[in-house]
Design a protein around this ligand. Structure first.
Ligand code: CTP
Length: 445
């Protein structure tokens, strides 16, 4: 019996896939089809499959062509599969010509002509496309624009900025470049807001009233009443209103939260997060478009505290140091939280430098994320007995922004909420910003 194997994502199964499977099957008597897992696809840059692994497997099975369907989970698995199933022929489409020649050592390798004029990418794109506008002056938008390019279904349309000095040529060349936010809204389905936090409320309100979806860099608002008003408005208008904090979408960070929930370090007693930078301190050329320290770092540093220990703290103390005589801009802010059975602290600085680590202490051990923890691909669990220590590595693409955009687009298309940041967490971030702005529980040094 001649055994043949082929691999693919098989997202939104189409005529090209079916023709390939039929021709591969004809090469032998028994066909094994390897369908790529979502995690494996993510590591090879395919981040926006429309269908889940289970749906893709079901579609391949429904063709009735495959004799066996397996899941491809890691790089190098093909060799293991060929040996395990005693495969005689490996075959894929001609878009891979040459790429799998290294398998010739184990079996025959055949590249079959690809069916012209059809692909999963094209189907996904033709089915759904979200035209997106950016607003703000910060050079952070350059990263967002770059990431938009790799996210299927997002079509970057325009920018609203009072000044485009720090923005890339790619952004300046977009079809719509305006200083008028309402004009931008008239051209797009959704906006990414990275303007100064003080104008978030007005911009989000205008966008939601116009029925546009909103992805806003946290903090969403600087007051809880504004947060509540906007949440209600989003619901009324059936629009997505999502906070952007890229770390929430970094794979290592997502996995770390799950490990903690599974009790890997026991009960959690303390969460300590530090985020600092010297790059955007007062006096550096770009400062006029950057955010104050507390806005820039506060939401990111608060994220693990609120996601791990929850929003039910009993007490918070805020200590801040201003960078200017007018006391308008903070250069360093520390917050200390007391929970019924735990404590937490965040330390943030723009113009103050410290070790940017995240340490989570538990009754059995601790979890350590080295600097810069907010864009990490790695963490460790450590114990009294060092033999039990474990290291975890995960690929990080686009600092998490890419996955954040995929989540946003999915929510806009399906109306379902898949966000990594729960509404109550976003709301508490706004409440803490309000305390800071109003000087409640704040000590100045
Ligand atoms: N294939 C083909 N003809 C097409 C599309 C795909 O023969 N028009 C083959 C590929 O060469 C591969 C298999 O089908 O051997 C699975 O391909 P996959 O990457 O899942 O499909 P694509 O449509 O190429 O997906 P994408 O657009 O996401 O790259």
């Amino acid at each position: 019996m001649v055994k043949v194997i082929t691999y693919g994502t098989f997202d939104v199964l189409h005529y090209g896939h079916i023709r390939l499977l039929e021709r591969v099957k004809e090469l032998g008597d028994y066909l094994i089809v390897g369908v790529t897992s979502d995690d494996y696809d993510k590591t090879r840059g395919k981040i926006n499959n429309q269908q889940s692994l289970m749906e893709r497997i079901a579609a391949v099975e429904a063709t009735g062509i495959a004799d066996k369907v397996i899941v491809e989970e890691y790089e190098g698995q093909k060799i293991a599969d060929i040996r395990k199933y005693h495969v005689d022929i490996f075959a894929v489409g001609s878009d891979w010509t040459g790429y799998f020649d290294y398998l010739k050592e184990y079996c025959k390798v055949i590249y079959l002509p690809r069916t012209v004029g059809i692909s999963s990418s094209e189907i996904r794109h033709s089915q759904r496309s979200l035209s997106l506008g950016l607003t703000g002056e910060s050079n952070f938008l350059n990263k967002v624009a770059t990431e938009c390019r790799v996210v299927n279904g997002i079509n970057l349309k325009g920018i609203c900025a009072q000044d485009t000095e720090l923005l890339s040529y790619e952004i300046r060349d977009l079809p719509v470049v305006t200083k008028n936010f309402n004009e931008l809204l008239s051209y797009v389905d959704a906006v990414y807001i990275r303007s100064q936090p003080a104008v978030h409320y007005e911009q989000i309100k205008a966008a939601l009233k116009a029925g546009k979806h909103v992805l806003c860099e946290a903090p969403r608002t600087l007051s809880v009443s504004q947060w509540d008003e906007l949440a209600a408005l989003a619901e009324e208008n059936n629009a997505v209103l999502m906070d952007a904090i890229k770390t929430a979408y970094a794979t290592a960070y997502e996995r770390l939260l799950l490990l903690l929930k599974a009790g890997k370090i026991g009960d959690i007693i303390s969460v300590d997060a530090t985020c600092t930078s010297l790059a955007h301190s007062l006096g550096s050329g770009e400062k006029k478009y950057e955010w104050d320290n507390i806005y820039e770092w506060g939401p990111t540093a608060l994220l693990p505290v609120l996601q791990i220990l929850g929003t039910g703290y009993k007490e918070v103390k805020i200590v801040t140091r201003h960078a200017d005589k007018e006391k308008k801009h903070d250069s360093f802010t520390k917050m200390e939280f007391i929970y019924p059975e735990a404590v937490a602290s965040i330390k943030t600085g723009n113009g103050v430098k410290s070790e940017g680590e995240l340490v989570i202490s538990g009754t059995k051990g601790y979890l350590y994320v080295p600097a810069p923890w907010w864009k990490t691909d790695y963490f460790e669990t450590r114990y009294e007995n060092p033999e039990m220590n474990r290291r975890y590595f995960y690929q990080l693409d686009g600092e998490g922004i890419r996955y954040e955009l995929v989540t946003f687009a999915k929510a806009a298309f399906s109306g379902e909420n898949f966000y990594n940041i729960a509404p109550e967490i976003s709301r508490v971030i706004s409440r803490l910003m309000e305390k800071f702005v109003c000087g409640i529980d704040v000590v100045e040094i």
